[in-house]
Design a protein around this ligand. Sequence first.
Ligand SMILES: C[S@@+](CC[C@H](N)C(=O)[O-])C[C@H]1O[C@@H](n2cnc3c(N)ncnc32)[C@H](O)[C@@H]1O
Length: 222
Amino acid sequence: MRGDVHTVDPKVFEACLEYTRALFAPEDDVLRALREEIRRRGFPEIYVSPEEGRLLQMLVCAVGAATVVEIGTLAGYSALWMARALPPGGRLITIEKEPRYAALAREFVRKAGLDGIVDVRVGVALEVLEDVGRAGPFDAFFIDADKVNYPKYLEWGLAHVRRGGLIMADNAYWGGAVANPEVRDPETAAIREYNERAARDPRLTSIVIPIRDGIAVSVMTR
Ligand SMILES: C[S@@+](CC[C@H](N)C(=O)[O-])C[C@H]1O[C@@H](n2cnc3c(N)ncnc32)[C@H](O)[C@@H]1O
């Protein structure tokens, strides 16, 4: 019987995911070494998956983005995927509050030959964004930092992403908590608010792509 791979059998779904990852999102030595180094240093292994990296890269390509802002660098895994989609002269600014993570990100930006393209800034996102915003508007914005500020990050995106540009946010499902009305903690509430605004704001055309923990993707249509 054929059907939706989510519902047929978890093993079938897992096999399809492996198939997709191997065919569409193979990692090169730099990306693989970065993941190994994150593990060796005992940093949290909370970066996007290869297929999510590929998806972000593809979306950045799809809108012809030359300027991207990311919040939540960790060690630069998602930044490397997106930066590789940029045209000559393109630039990705990524913001990380933890200096140790940012230092590793800078090391791998160099290893990936993306010096001068990826700019890793250390600081608290809302403060750094204030300064970054002066160089806008930007073509794409990827949100992957503290969840309670997601609605504020969306506000920033609405003010600083160009028409036709992208606002994307990881963890839109928050492990399924957003769809469970009994869960009411501040992080879940903030992600719900983000999703509701992304779905209803007349300036945006949005959807959550059900990949891993869900990536909310919005196009600035107005
Ligand atoms: C999920 S990780 C980012 C993973 C990264 N985007 C990737 O896929 O490779 C979230 C990161 O956001 C950082 N972070 C959390 N709150 C922040 C804030 N307010 N400002 C800047 N960075 C923040 C954390 O230190 C952590 O490294």
